[in-house]
Design a protein around this ligand. Structure first.
Ligand code: SAM
Length: 286
C-alpha cells in the first residue's frame, strides 16, 4: 500500500509551478471549440484543506501559494490568472487562503461540457475524496487503478486533441523509469499528445537523470518540447528534501515558451528561500 498523501504537500512550490503551467495549457486548449481529453494519471484527492493536520505538519504551502496570495503588487498576467483560480476555490475576493485545489479540480473548472477528464488515483482514501469531488461534473471518469498502465487505453482520443498530466509521487524509484517509458508509449500511440510531466529536484541519481531521459523520449514529438525548472530551497543537512522541481511539456502550445520566459524569473524569485535561486528554461521547438 502506498504511503504518500498529497495533502501533506498541497500548495507547495512544486504545485505552484505545475499548476501554473497546467492552467496555461488548458486555457490554450479551450481556444478551439472542438473538445479535448485530459488524462490525469496521478490525480490525488482533488482538493485539500490548508487548515488541517496534514497540510500544517510542515506547512509547505507557506513557501508556495501563500507567497503569491499575499503579494502586494500586480502579479505577472498568467501568475495572476493562477492565483485567481485558487482564490475561486477559497470563496473569491477577500477570502482567506484555507483550501488548495488539486489538478483535477483546477482542470475541471477550466474544462467545458465537450471535454472529457480521465483521472487515475490508486490511494483508496484519496480516490474516494476525488470521486465525491467530481461526482456532479460532466464527462469525468475516475479510475482506481494504475495511471501509467491506464493512460494508453485512451490514446488517441476520439477528437485527436489530448493533454496528459503525469504527476507521480516518485515514492517508488521505479516511477522515474515508468514516466519515461510511458511517455514513449503515449507518443507512439498519439504523437500530437501534449504531455506535462512534473518531477522533483532531489539528491537522487534517478531524479538527476530524469530531465535528459525525458528530452530523449520527446525526440519524436512533432511540436518539440519545453522544459522549465526552478530551484528555490536547500536540501537539509542530510541531503534530503525537495530543492525545487521541473516540468517538461511535450508538444507545448506555441504560446507557452514566451510566457514562461517572461514570468519564470519572477516566480522563482518570489518562491525562493535561498540567496541564489535558479531557473532554467530550455526547449526544442519547431
Ligand atoms: N496531480 C495531483 C495534483 O496536482 O493535485 C497530485 C498528485 S500526487 C503528486 C501523486 C498521486 O498519485 C498520489 O495521490 C498517489 O496516491 C497517486 N499514485 C501513486 N502511484 C500511482 C499510480 N501508479 N497510478 C495512479 N495513482 C498513483
Amino acid at each position: 500500500m502506498l504511503a504518500y498523501r498529497h495533502a501533506f504537500h498541497a500548495g507547495n512550490h512544486g504545485d505552484v509551478l505545475k499548476h501554473w503551467i497546467l492552467i496555461q495549457v488548458l486555457r490554450y486548449m479551450a481556444e478551439k471549440a472542438k473538445g479535448y481529453m485530459l488524462i490525469d494519471t496521478h490525480a490525488g484527492a482533488g482538493g485539500y484543506s490548508l487548515q488541517g493536520r496534514y497540510a500544517n505538519q510542515k506547512a509547505e504551502f507557506e513557501n508556495g501559494i501563500a507567497k503569491l496570495w499575499g503579494y502586494p503588487d500586480t502579479l505577472p498576467q498568467s501568475i495572476q490568472d493562477y492565483v485567481e483560480l485558487v482564490r475561486h476555490f477559497n470563496g473569491g475576493d477577500g477570502a482567506q487562503l484555507t483550501q488548495y485545489p488539486g489538478s483535477p479540480a483546477l482542470a475541471r473548472h477550466l474544462m467545458r461540457d465537450v471535454d472529457t477528464l480521465h483521472a487515475y488515483e490508486l490511494h483508496p482514501t484519496d480516490e474516494r475524496i476525488l470521486r465525491s469531488f467530481l461526482s456532479d461534473q460532466p464527462h469525468s471518469h475516475i479510475h482506481m487503478s494504475d495511471g501509467f498502465g491506464g493512460l494508453v487505453r485512451h490514446l488517441p482520443p476520439p477528437t485527436r486533441r489530448g493533454v496528459i498530466l503525469m504527476d507521480p509521487s516518485y515514492e517508488l524509484k521505479s516511477d522515474y523509469s515508468r514516466v519515461v517509458s510511458t511517455v514513449r508509449e503515449a507518443l507512439t500511440k498519439f504523437a500530437q499528445a501534449i504531455i506535462i510531466v512534473w518531477y522533483p529536484i532531489v539528491q537522487l541519481v534517478e531524479a538527476v537523470q530524469l530531465p535528459n531521459r525525458l528530452i530523449r523520449a520527446a525526440d519524436s514529438a512533432p511540436k518539440g518540447w519545453l522544459h522549465a525548472r526552478i530551484q528555490t530551497q536547500e536540501a537539509d543537512a542530510q541531503g534530503f528534501g525537495m530543492m525545487g522541481s521541473g516540468v517538461m511539456v511535450i508538444n507545448p502550445p506555441h504560446t507557452l515558451e514566451k510566457t514562461l520566459r517572461n514570468e519564470l524569473p519572477f516566480l522563482t524569485s518570489i518562491l525562493s528561500q535561498i540567496s541564489k535561486p535558479e531557473w532554467v528554461l530550455d526547449s526544442r521547438l519547431p
